[in-house]
Write a protein that binds this ligand. Sequence first.
Ligand code: TTP
Ligand code: MG
Length: 406
Amino acid sequence: MARTIMHIDLDAFFVSVEQALNPELRGKPVVVGGRPDRRGVVASASYEARGFGLHAGMPLTTASRLCPQAIFIEGSFPRYRDASQRFMTILADFSPYLEPVSLDEAYLDATGFESIYGSIHQMAVAIKQRIKNELGLCASVGIASCKVVAKVASELSKPDGLLEVATGNELSFLAPLPIAKLPGIGRKTEQILDGLGINTIGKLSITPSSVLKSHFGASGEFLHRFAKGIDDRKVEPPSAAKSISRETTFGKDTRDRSLLKATLRYLSERVGSELRQRGKQARCVTLKLRYADFTTITRSHTLSQTSHTDQIIFDTGTKLLKKELTQGKQPIRLIGIGVSNLIEPGRQLALLDSSAQRLEQLNRAIDRIRKKYGFTAIQTGRTLLLKDIFPSGDEGYTLHTPSLSR
Ligand code: TTP
Ligand code: MG
């Protein structure tokens, strides 16, 4: 069945939020990223600044050389997170089939919505209008039969754009564009394709997929399909998980406290990292134990202040475990830890407290290293013990439950 997909992306997002708050910045070359004498790069540049060649990722020193009159702002992430939430709330009013992709970007499945709004074009106009009225921001919208074409269309229409690619015209729309416009083509892929004499999406679409596969492996097939405007990825609303938990069954039932605590620490880190990745905080921590005779118990504790740090999850789990060990006498077969009562943090009161702030920073630093080098690239002292017990793969230990494969 033919689909209608919309891609919505805010223009010069960080900068536009600043301009909406401070009228003196409007119509001027503005950069969010920091002071020009600092190390660092441009995060967002206003379209006026782009006229001087400024763009995201450019070193601030270069930016100030190219455009000395530009206004450089540090920016404030909580402001952008707040604007992003309000943006997504507006979109959710138009369709429940909404997939946020980043802070300022989302796909919306609008198949069949013509009957409500008169046309999809009118629906997009209404969306843009509400974003303008309520947030003071400009959104650019691409409309097409699939995600990849909708995304290229919104990008091409910027700023303050609205571009609809009629079904059947995907190939002719994409063909003349330079390959860098196709999502998924980074600088390196672009260079390789350029070396092969492929510089437009049209040329890419007629390159045999065997050639692309030999250079890019499985992703070569995707590139080929995208270049033809074929993309059957669905718009997938994020699963609203109500809890996050990790558990594992031991090879041999145990009452060894160091092993139990090491495993609990590891599981807490897994839970914590997912919690932070989802941008949530938890109110409740739950320990799960299964004894040798398969009796399973769960014990929960409600935190006085919501948290998303490994330490708090682990400390709470440890207290629950200690209590349980003084009662049950059987060896333990399975241990698990979970968090629930998840909330989207608004104002972070905990951050006023400097020790909570340090913990949060430490966790973020660990997350960054793990994202780059793998989960066990960095280990806390307590979990080192697990190294000798569980086999280690690229992504860390291989424990026995599927929930640990992530
Ligand atoms: P983008 O949508 O890529 O950029 P943009 O909204 O500033 O401009 P455009 O009109 O082209 O959409 O990214 C959204 C925000 O994400 C951007 O305002 C700042 C942030 N960001 C960074 O912090 N670093 C980066 O390298 C990029 C690309 C974006
Ligand atoms: Mg944007």
